[in-house]
Every structure is written in structure tokens, then in C-alpha cells.
Design a protein around this ligand. Structure first.
Ligand code: GN1
Ligand code: MG
Length: 404
């Protein structure tokens, strides 16, 4: 139990702790001071909460055989799992708690990673595939009653991640990394992987969830989102096209990453890609998911978090770099029908992310949570503006890549 001193200092500490508790319980409260946008992801209330949480878990350190004195700090901007970096002198690790409200069978994730890891050890031994490390009892997933499921991986020394692509070369590198990953695994029977999140990028399912939220969701929020819903309706051709793709046998089921944003690529000090990370959603899928999420997250100079929609833009040089990076790896693997859907891939992912954010908003944010009131509405609007910008430039972008 924490013992707090008396006197003015003690009162200040008690007030701080009370404030922190309030912030954790009511993160959306208008009484909680807002941090500047750039800091929000790394230094938000949830960041402080995560930092405090790990110190409550000494059993976890012991299960993985980690020295209890190694400091752990919250790491990365992920929305679903909780991530810490643990520094133990020479070696550093990444510890993740798998969100088992989202992933119903965390063991399947680890099984997928081990199956892919063993395959790559044989077929591409030079690829630095990041496999979960065994705990003291040999298992690669530790379950702590009441705390959840945890896995540990090595931190790749000298690596870093990027939140946004700072120039087209970085976008090229990121794209090439995801294309490389898919190509290396093109001989792996995708159907052998568990679908860790069934229906994850099934736009038909996402559309049905959206339609249901429009009926069951909060009436005030539905009214507030009226204009956005209208804008979404104008893109009905995107889910319609997906239904045709679903039945098109030329759209091959491949080992697909399903979260191919630039922040899931490790870069070295020279700006070269090392490998891809965040492998929870690697499962059978279509290439439009991976090329699409690269386009969604790299085309604009600002991320899905940006509230000033005037800053959302589609940069043709980045489009070209991403498509080039993708085709340099996957060009020979793609079928004719797939090659005809390069721009569609980006539209597909922007559309799906917009309706996922909006669905969550209408249902009071059960999936993504929110750092401020209206957060998921803002994100959904941002993604629709990005989709509009992309659709406006579609013909020009297609011209740009004709020669590839
Ligand atoms: C989630 O947690 P994170 O940031 O890796 C989501 C992705 C979304 C993304 C939007 C399992 O990924 O599908 O694109 O948020 N992952 C899951 O930022 O839902
Ligand atoms: Mg992820």
C-alpha cells in the first residue's frame, strides 16, 4: 500500500492521486485537461494508466524470467492491445497484453505466429521474423488470472517505427516490406492459419454492423452524424464492388497482414525497412487489405487522428511510391483482376475504416474507446474526407501507374 506523507506536500500528492483516479474512471470528462494533439497518443491518460499497471504484475516478470528491476514503459500508439517496452541492460523486449475482448482466442495468434515462423525459418532464414519468446514453462503465451494474456518478443536493436511517412522513400520502404512479407508467404497454405478475428475485413459484415448501428445506436449521435452518413451513402459502390471481389476466384486468398500501416514496419537507422510487426491479424485475406491500409495511412500528410480536415490530402508522389514498392515485390504474384484494383484497395480501406469508427461512435465507443468526446466521429469524418480526396484523383492516379 502506498503511504503518503502528511502536511502540504502530502495533501498535494493525495490530490494528484485523486485526480488521476478520476481521470482513469472518467477519461472523457471535460474536467480532464487536454494534451496537445501530437502528445495525446503517447502521453494520454491511458499512457499513465499503462505505466502504473505493469508495476502491479510482478508475477508476469517472473513467468517470463525477467529481472524484476527492469523498467517497463508504455510503447507505441496501438488502439487494441497494450504494449510496453522493457529495458534489461543489454537486451530490450516488447511485452504485449492481448485484448481478449477483441481476440476471443489469443492462443490462436501465437499458434499462427509459430506456424509462420517455422515456415520462414526454412524458406527465408534471413528474414527477421519476430516470434514470441518462450516463458519459463516453455509456453509462448502467459495467462494471468484477472490480468489477461501476455506475450513477449525481442526488441530489435537500433529499430524504430514511424507514425507517418515523412517522404515518398519511406512510403516505398513500408510498402515493399508488406509486399515482401506477403510474397515470402505466398507458398504457405493460407487456409491453415486460424482466422484470429473472423470476418475482420469482410466489408459485407462491416456494412451490416453499420446498418444495425444506424437502427440500434444512440439517436442523438445518429442525428449528429447525419451529414457524414449521407457522405458515406455516396460511396455505396465500394461495398457493392466488394461483393463481386468476394466471388472472384482471381482474388486469391493470401497470407495477409490486415494492419499494414506504416507504424507496423520496423526501420533501421538508415531508413531501410527491417520487417513488419503486429502480427495478430495475420490470417487468410485479400491483397486489397494490405495495399489498401498502406494507402490509407501514407497518402495523407496527417493521420486518422487529425481534426482539421483541411489538412487531409492525397499526395500523388506517395501513391506512386507505395504502388511501386508493392509491385516490386508482388507484381508477378498478382492476377489481372487484382492488378485492376490498386486504387480500389485504398478506397476500400478508407471506407471500411470510416464505417468502423462511425459504427463504434453510434454505439458509444465500445471497441476503440475515445480520448475525448466525439473522438470516433472525428476519425470517421477524417477517413471519409480522405476517401473523397482519393476518389477525386482516381483517374490521375491510375494514369500515374499505367507504366508499371
Ligand atoms: C486497430 O490497435 P491497432 O492500432 O493496431 C485495428 C485496425 C484499425 C486501426 C485503426 C484488431 O489497430 O484494424 O485499422 O486500429 N485493429 C483491430 O487505427 O481492430
Ligand atoms: Mg494492430
Amino acid at each position: 500500500m502506498l503511504k503518503v506523507a502528511d502536511g502540504v506536500g502530502g495533501t498535494m500528492v493525495k490530490l494528484f492521486i485523486a485526480g488521476l483516479r478520476f481521470a482513469i474512471l472518467f477519461p472523457d470528462s471535460p474536467f480532464i485537461p487536454r494534451l496537445p494533439a501530437g502528445f495525446r497518443n503517447y502521453y494520454s491518460i491511458s499512457f499513465i494508466f499503462r505505466a502504473l499497471c505493469l508495476h502491479m504484475e510482478p508475477e508476469l516478470y517472473s513467468a517470463f524470467g525477467l529481472d524484476a528491476h527492469c523498467p517497463a514503459l508504455p510503447f507505441g500508439p496501438g488502439l487494441i492491445n497494450t504494449t510496453w517496452k522493457i529495458d534489461c541492460g543489454e537486451r530490450s523486449y516488447i511485452l504485449q497484453r492481448i485484448n481478449d475482448k477483441v481476440f476471443p482466442h489469443p492462443a490462436q495468434i501465437v499458434e499462427n505466429m509459430c506456424a509462420l515462423g517455422s515456415y520462414l525459418e526454412k524458406t527465408a532464414p534471413a528474414y527477421p521474423f519476430i516470434k514470441p519468446l518462450p516463458a519459463k514453462d516453455g509456453s509462448r503465451l502467459v495467462h494471468l488470472e484477472g490480468s489477461g494474456y501476455f506475450r513477449l518478443t525481442s526488441f530489435v536493436d537500433g529499430s524504430h517505427t514511424l507514425r507517418v511517412a515523412e517522404d515518398p522513400d519511406m512510403a516505398y520502404e513500408a510498402s515493399r516490406q508488406f509486399g515482401h512479407f506477403m510474397r515470402l508467404l505466398s507458398g504457405f497454405p493460407a487456409g491453415r492459419l486460424h482466422a484470429t478475428l473472423p470476418g475482420f475485413h469482410d466489408l459485407g459484415l462491416r456494412q451490416a454492423q453499420f446498418e444495425s448501428a444506424l437502427v440500434r445506436g444512440d439517436a442523438l449521435r445518429i442525428a449528429e452524424a447525419g451529414e457524414l452518413i449521407h457522405a458515406i451513402r455516396r460511396f455505396a459502390c465500394i461495398p457493392e464492388r466488394f461483393e463481386r471481389i468476394r466471388n472472384d476466384r482471381q482474388f486469391i486468398l493470401r497470407v495477409t497482414h490486415h494492419d499494414s500501416k506504416i507504424s507496423n514496419v520496423l526501420f533501421d537507422g538508415q531508413g531501410k525497412g527491417i520487417c513488419v510487426i503486429d502480427l495478430d491479424t495475420v490470417m487468410p485475406g485479400r491483397f486489397i487489405s494490405d495495399l489498401g491500409d498502406l494507402l490509407r495511412t501514407c497518402l495523407s500528410p496527417v493521420s486518422e487522428e487529425e481534426r482539421d480536415y483541411g489538412l487531409v490530402a492525397v499526395r500523388p508522389a506517395y501513391f506512386e511510391a507505395i504502388v511501386r514498392g508493392w509491385l516490386d515485390e508482388m507484381g508477378d504474384e498478382l492476377s489481372r483482376d487484382e492488378l485492376d484494383h490498386l486504387v480500389y484497395a485504398g478506397k476500400f480501406m478508407c471506407y471500411m475504416q470510416a464505417i468502423r469508427f462511425l459504427t463504434d461512435y453510434l454505439l458509444h465507443d465500445p471497441y476503440y474507446g475515445s480520448d475525448y468526446p466525439g473522438h470516433n466521429l472525428v476519425r470517421a469524418g477524417n477517413q471519409i474526407v480522405l476517401l473523397e480526396r482519393l476518389a477525386e484523383k482516381e483517374a490521375m492516379l491510375n494514369d500515374l501507374i499505367k507504366r508499371y
